[in-house]
Write a protein that binds this ligand. Sequence first.
Ligand SMILES: NC(=O)N[C@@H](CC(=O)O)C(=O)O
Ligand SMILES: [Zn+2]
Ligand SMILES: [Zn+2]
Length: 345
Amino acid sequence: MDRLTLRRPDDWHLHLRDGAMMRAVLPHSAAHFGRAIIMPNLVPPVVTARDAAEYRDRILAAKPRGSAFQPLMTLYLTEETELRDLRAAAEIGLITAVKLYPAGATTNSASGVRDFTKVRRVLENMAQIGLPLCVHGEVTDPEIDIFDREAAFIDRVLDPIRRDVPGLRVVMEHVTTSDAVDYVRGGGDDIAATITTHHLVINRNHILAGGIKPHYYCLPVAKRETHRRALVAAATSGEASFFLGTDSAPHTDAAKLQPCGCAGCFTAPNTLSVLAQVFEAEGALDRLEAFTSLNGPAFYRLPVNTDTITLERGAPVEYPAAIDTDDGPVTVFDPGMPLHWRVLD
Ligand SMILES: NC(=O)N[C@@H](CC(=O)O)C(=O)O
Ligand SMILES: [Zn+2]
Ligand SMILES: [Zn+2]
């Protein structure tokens, strides 16, 4: 097979940032994706309906001319989130989901939730209206080893919340462990998971062996190879509970390459080429469309995109090692292998 036509993919977890950074990164997602769930962890975060409407308008204004890319907005859940504001935003279709960051778990999560009893009423209302909760699933307890924080989150936080609030629809974002894959598989129709591009390619050795590689540092941090294999198996299985959320998370090189560097991999420019390579290696190219274009809309109860994209296999695809922004260069994810699948214009 050297040509592959798919329903146009969507990205169910994307960081576009704001200002100069947004203008530089947005065209890379808009070139390939129909829609994307836009993560709200700006500084300050997108917490009110008004913040979301203004952010959406800034994205639409920065969108390349002629692009039909649709940002699907989210609210950043805080202990002060107002129920009325959130319900109104959902009713008019301004927001597609709400994002839960445990306070301190990841980039710009300081305004996140510490005491989960304080958001219970909001969660109950979300269950009632079927509004999905996107979850960064890591505990923040410094006593818990960073490689165990996702598995611990399932037992200590996520499962108790789901028992407490039956019917709450949850997307466990950027899963990195076989524990999360198993939990989502056994969790019924109200839970799904996004899987990133980079977690299908790297394990923790890529970050640490032979010298430290800050551009592979993201959260949740990549785990051991057995976990990566579980993610590849889930993504390539075609199972409805697993879909693409790239978590493309641009930071300038200056912010990544320092004694305390930021977490995040910037994968927007080459994501689809990397994914096709991974699926081909598994003999699963026929299930790429389910992962990139069908399972996400089904969970979010949205129609699939009506148009298609075509990938073609050939000589290795060229992509920039970094993109320029007015804030400085942003390094593009290096999958460490030649990519033979290019997206045709
Ligand atoms: N994934 C990351 O390592 N970073 C994300 C935040 C997040 O998705 O947790 C970011 O905003 O930079
Ligand atoms: Zn996250
Ligand atoms: Zn993210």
